[in-house]
Design a protein around this ligand. Structure first.
Ligand SMILES: [Mg+2]
Length: 313
């Protein structure tokens, strides 16, 4: 169904679900970042509550860099009425100067250069050149706002999702993972069921001559196999993509998808954030458990930003 024919309140609920869901997944996973699944099981059983703690010393419900960068992108998209990478880079630089916790080494190197006054694209490419294989999940975790503003046109959505990645993560794996996840969110907003949305994103990307095929291969495998034992919850973008697609496709509620994602351990906050953005778009804001929501300080801000973005589209 075309999005214009869908009741506005449903689309608004899904859009809000995507950005608030991202923050909820970030906050649920933050305290167990860096633990193995077995360590989480030993400490919490199956983690289903906002516990706080972890290596960053988080408060229960405290979000990390994933949510902070998502807010920066969402606010920039609204202020500039579209994607302006230089403006986003300026916002990232100001935020970086506040010495936020939880940043990865690649992103730190890029933001260090940008905050020192170097052009965003030069910063991003220079850091990539130092380690050409580097393809972390640092742009995938924050890409959802682009899906909300650009969901109506696939080609624009793909271009802008990739561009939003290049601000810090120019590797093709990162660019196409962002495009792929955002296409799923766009399909969900237009009324597709989860498996259909994933299949559509695979088909749309598959028809592009410039697609980076490992992204599609890994996503397809994760959608086909319910076996969590084959997943590696690391910080490589393809590992995170795989975990999030698995969590989305093989669970029946927001709560199950997001809790299953963070209980994989590893880069649990970012796996939680990506899964939360997808599952929030699938099941909607109203499906987010209230006992999680009450711990998220800025959920109202995220809800408002999401709904403004989807109204522009
Ligand atoms: Mg984080």
């Amino acid at each position: 169904m075309d999005i214009e024919q869908r009741p506005a309140e449903i689309v608004l609920d899904q859009a809000a679900g995507s950005l608030v869901g991202l923050a909820v997944g970030d906050a649920l996973g933050g305290p167990v970042e860096g633990l193995t699944a077995a360590e989480i099981a030993g400490r919490y059983g199956f983690l289903m509550e906002m516990v706080g703690g972890g290596h960053l010393g988080l408060d229960p419900g405290e979000t990390t860099d994933d949510t902070a960068q998502t807010i920066a992108i969402a606010e920039s998209l609204l202020a500039r009425r579209g994607l302006d990478p230089a403006d986003i880079a300026d916002r990232f630089s100001l935020w970086y100067l506040l010495q936020p916790k939880g940043l990865g080494t690649h992103t730190t190197s890029v933001l260090d250069r940008m905050a020192g006054g170097e052009d965003w694209e030069i910063s991003s490419l220079k850091v990539q050149a130092q380690n050409p294989q580097s393809a972390g999940n640092g742009s995938l975790m924050r890409c959802a706002p682009v899906a909300l503003i650009d969901h109506a046109t696939h080609a624009v959505l793909i271009e802008n999702s990739r561009l939003s990645s290049r601000i810090t993560h120019p590797h093709a794996s990162c660019q196409w993972s962002c495009a792929f996840v955002n296409l799923i969110i766009a399909e969900l907003l237009s009324g597709s069921e989860i498996t259909h949305a994933v299949d559509s994103a695979l088909a749309i990307c598959g028809h592009r001559g410039d697609v980076y095929f490992p992204v599609l291969e890994r996503a397809r495998n994760a959608a086909l196999s319910a076996d969590a034992g084959v997943l590696n919850p690391g910080g490589h973008v393809l590992e995170t993509l795989e975990c999030a697609i698995w969590a989305l496709v093989h669970h029946d509620s927001f709560e199950q998808a997001v809790s299953s994602a963070v209980n994989l351990g590893g880069d649990a906050d970012t796996i939680g954030a990506v899964t939360g953005a997808l599952a929030g778009a699938a099941f909607g804001f109203e499906a987010i458990p209230e006992r999680w929501l009450i711990h998220i300080n800025n959920w109202q801000l995220l809800k408002d930003l999401a709904q403004e973005l989807v109204k522009i589209a």
